[in-house]
Design a protein. Structure first.
Length: 250
């Protein structure tokens, strides 16, 4: 997978990727699958055939990450877990995030769900024998670091996710569980690709990005494969920016 020559062997590892049916989550899930892992993905639709992507080789479970009881039920049904990827999230899931309901809906989807999922899976992760330790990985965002006036809830949640990552790393280190996050830059997915065709949206992104391109899910997935591997056994509590250099320019 990816474009390089580094490969990882996840044979026997059990991985859960929330929101793994499309976009970045799908890229992450298929990368672990191709590296030999048993991968469970979640999505909101009743059946995996309702998605356009090929989900073969992935186990699918319907889950609304806004529902704490549904998260607890899913975790209770697992027969083990080595790697949890809290990828599920949405921008403006409840409409205008400047409204009380819109703000709360966004924080619920993008932050509360990550806490509840990690807590629900804690016992499984603590029993893991994964080389380098079990891992929780959150998918953060450029809004972890920068303000965006359209999505105050999403930005607050993604900043909170990075802070939660630090706290989980401290709390669970003694049980052999590492916690990290990957802050994705501007990534081309079905949700964002329309922006590339609108010069007023695309041109400023390219102008600010030193690598002069959008990222793809294949740019994000290898970062996770490294962070959850034994090669990263001494890395915990970190948020890794994968953004083509966007964050280092003015």
């Amino acid at each position: 997978m990816g474009h390089g020559k580094v490969s990882f062997d996840y044979t026997g590892s059990q991985v859960l990727v929330t929101g793994g049916t499309n976009g970045i989550g799908y890229g992450i899930a298929t990368a672990y699958r191709d590296a030999g892992a048993r991968v469970l993905i979640t999505g909101t639709r009743a059946d995996p055939t309702e998605y356009d992507n090929d989900l073969s080789g992935l186990v699918y479970r319907q889950l609304d990450v806004r529902e704490k009881e549904a998260i607890l039920s899913l975790a209770a049904g697992l027969d083990g877990l080595d790697i949890l990827v809290n990828n599920a999230g949405a921008s403006m899931p409840g409409g205008d995030e400047w409204t009380a309901d819109g703000f709360e809906a966004s924080v619920r989807v993008n932050l509360f769900s990550a806490f509840h999922m990690a807590s629900a899976c804690h016992a499984h992760l603590a029993m893991s024998t994964q080389p380098g330790g079990a891992s929780v990985v959150g998918i953060a965002s450029l809004t972890t670091y920068f303000g965006n006036e359209f999505v105050p809830g999403y930005g607050a949640a993604k900043a909170g996710l990075s802070q939660l990552t630090k706290t989980l790393a401290m709390k669970w280190a003694g049980e052999g569980i590492r916690a990290n996050a990957v802050a994705a830059g501007v990534i081309e997915t079905r949700m964002t690709s329309f922006m590339k065709d609108i010069p007023d949206m695309n041109d400023p992104i390219i102008a600010r990005t030193p690598l002069k391109r959008w990222g793809t899910p294949d740019d994000i997935a290898p970062a996770l494969l490294f962070l959850t591997s034994a090669d990263a056994a001494f890395v915990t509590g970190q948020t890794l920016l994968v953004d083509g250099g966007y964050s280092v320019t003015l």
